[in-house]
Design a protein around this ligand. Structure first.
Ligand code: ATP
Ligand code: MG
Ligand code: MG
Length: 554
């Protein structure tokens, strides 16, 4: 940890500490708007802010930036909390910008009294036109010089519900000629007759983001307020609003920006993810194909793998696209260490061992995880009829095919060496059964000369009589294009992969009857899987988290 190089935000904090900022006053926050579920892009911001908290022993608030009642819901608040906790972080205080509505209102009244805010009674179109262009100064509103008394009265009337939506707004009186368009008398409040998920109908005026964010940071005494680059131009306004209220003796929050992360073959914008949910392209926010934290969790990702991924990509000063195969690399690496190995046959082909006594069975010992001695061993049933993968048998094949072919031998993992003698086909010519003989002396681990005999291939298998049938869901990328939302002439929905979900029925070893929802396994040779919440005791459902190797064609 000490050796890990600092990111540029950590350098900023270090410099502030060197310049005398007291370490005990460091405080951070993660400020989601509860208008959707968290996604993998948020993981970067969560790991950054909570990582700073851990590094400096500083508190980190979870702040819900809930100033837009039209889009926000309690369901999202609950989901966000669950996801941050699942990622392994603990916030100091759960805060809501809506808890500051009264304080923000009182400060707005102060601004009016200082002559720094006014009620504008023009339409939003008129206001927009008067903003001017970056090279041309804006035109002052005809209401800019309203008297303080009139402004006070009108603003109070706005709060009391005396006006219709759009009839008035409150604007800060900053600078209509500023080269920063955001400084040209930004709107602080608008009238909105919408019930809020927390304040209900207490308010019919709602503060805008710029007016809310910095003041919320100040109320919470956040020392470093980290946001994404699109807010860089807002910093001047953030500072201007703080100038109006800060007390010298209190911490003055500092806004700093880092680059938003984009990821290949997916979209990370709550608005777009909501479209996928609402238009039925996925089954919900936690669909395993979604780049949401809840989707990744359901898919079988571990919190550690997401944190390691976020740490590896770090934070950047420029926008860029991260290849999702890097995320897959991290989950594969973690699951390799922790996931018990089991046998699951995805596309079953029956094998009959003609020299194995009918009606008999035996139990073989199998190691649970060669990467983890403590994982121990389990018993696997073996009998005359087995299933292997269809693709593991061919009637004829060249020398490079190290699986089963007529006249050839393979080892069954943890079991015996078998030889294929003949096969049966259906009327369409599909192979439906392979007849084999097994070498009774070749049992794995028995120490016999035959058990040590080398054969080229080792196959996974299950005993037909003992196997459990299971539904297996295999996933492909949700989008066929690497950057689905970066095309000017096309909508991201045009790139939906129609084959992103494949459902098959498989056979798995009987030990999986005890698996619990969320348990993760390596199905030998087939990838990593976890038990989906749709599972019932009579029908197990597994999601493939990721294959064993990166197989995406480049
Ligand atoms: P969205 O477009 O998905 O709604 P947002 O930035 O509006 O994104 P917020 O809920 O406001 O979403 O985000 C909370 C925090 O997470 C903010 O500080 C935001 O900058 C950060 N964040 C959001 N998306 C990303 C991303 N793709 N990469 C890095 N940080 C992000
Ligand atoms: Mg936001
Ligand atoms: Mg947003």
């Amino acid at each position: 940890e000490a050796l890990k190089s600092l990111n540029f935000i950590e350098h900023i904090v270090e410099e502030d500490l060197r310049n005398g900022f007291p370490k005990e006053k460091l405080r951070f926050r993660f400020p989601p708007e509860p208008n959707g579920y968290l996604h993998i892009g948020h993981a970067s911001s969560i790991c950054l802010n909570f990582g700073l908290g851990l590094r400096y022993g500083a508190p980190v608030n979870l702040r819900f930036d809930d100033t837009n009642p039209a889009k926000e819901e309690q369901e999202y608040v609950d989901a966000i909390k669950e996801d941050v906790e699942w990622l392994g972080y603990k916030w100091d205080t759960e805060c809501f910008a809506s808890d500051y509505f009264q304080q923000l209102y009182d400060w707005a009244v102060e601004l009016i009294k200082m002559g720094k805010a006014y009620v504008d009674s023009q339409t939003s179109e008129e206001i927009a036109v008067q903003k001017g262009t970056p090279t041309e100064a804006g035109t002052p509103s005809p209401f800019r010089n309203r008297s303080i008394e009139d402004n006070q009265q009108l603003f109070q009337g706005m709060k009391e519900g005396k006006f219709k939506e759009g009839e008035h707004v409150l604007r800060a009186k900053v600078d209509m000629a500023s080269s920063n368009m955001l400084m040209r008398d930004p709107i602080m409040y608008r009238i909105l007759y919408r019930a809020h998920h927390r304040t209900n109908t207490d308010w019919c005026i709602y503060p805008m983001y710029d007016w809310t964010h910095g003041e919320s940071d100040y109320i919470e005494q956040v020392s470093h307020s980290l946001c994404t680059l699109e807010f860089a131009m807002h910093r001047e306004l953030y500072d201007w609003f703080l100038d109006q209220v800060v007390d010298k003796d209190l911490v003055r929050p500092k806004q700093r920006e880092f680059a938003r992360r984009n990821f290949s073959h997916t979209v990370v914008s709550k608005r777009k993810l909501l479209q996928l949910v609402e238009q039925g392209f996925v089954k919900g926010w936690d669909d395993p194909r979604m780049p949401t934290i809840s989707g990744l969790r359901r898919r079988g990702y571990t919190p550690e793998s997401i944190r390691n991924f976020a740490d590896t990509i770090g934070i950047a000063k420029r926008d860029n696209v991260v290849d999702v195969s890097l995320l897959e690399f991290h989950v594969r690496e973690h699951l390799n260490k922790i996931a018990p190995r089991v046998m699951g046959v995805l596309n079953p082909l029956k094998v009959v061992l003609t020299n194995y006594p009918e009606g008999e069975e035996e139990w073989l010992e199998a190691e649970n995880n060669p990467e983890d001695e403590a994982a121990g061993y389990r018993q696997l049933p073996f009998s005359r009829e087995l299933y292997i993968e269809q693709e593991d048998f061919k009637e004829e094949a060249n020398r490079k095919f190290f699986r089963l072919k007529l006249g050839g031998e393979v080892r069954l993992k943890n079991g015996y060496i078998i030889k294929a003698d003949s096969c049966t086909k259906d009327t369409d010519g599909n192979i439906i059964e392979v007849q084999c003989t097994y070498d009774p002396k070749s049992k794995s681990g028995s120490g016999s000369e035959e058990s040590l005999r080398k054969v080229k291939g080792t196959l996974h298998w299950v005993s037909a009589k003992h196997a459990l049938s299971a539904e297996v869901r295999l996933y492909d990328r949700l989008f066929t294009d690497e950057t689905p939302d970066a095309h000017k002439d096309k909508n991201f929905l045009d790139f939906i992969n129609p084959d992103s979900l494949q459902i098959i029925s498989a056979f798995v070893e009987p030990s999986l009857a005890d698996a619990k929802i969320g348990d993760r396994f390596q199905f030998q040779r087939m990838g990593y899987f976890n038990l989906d919440p749709d599972s019932k005791s009579e029908k197990l459902v597994f999601n493939r988290t990721v294959g064993l190797r990166d197989t995406w064609a480049k």
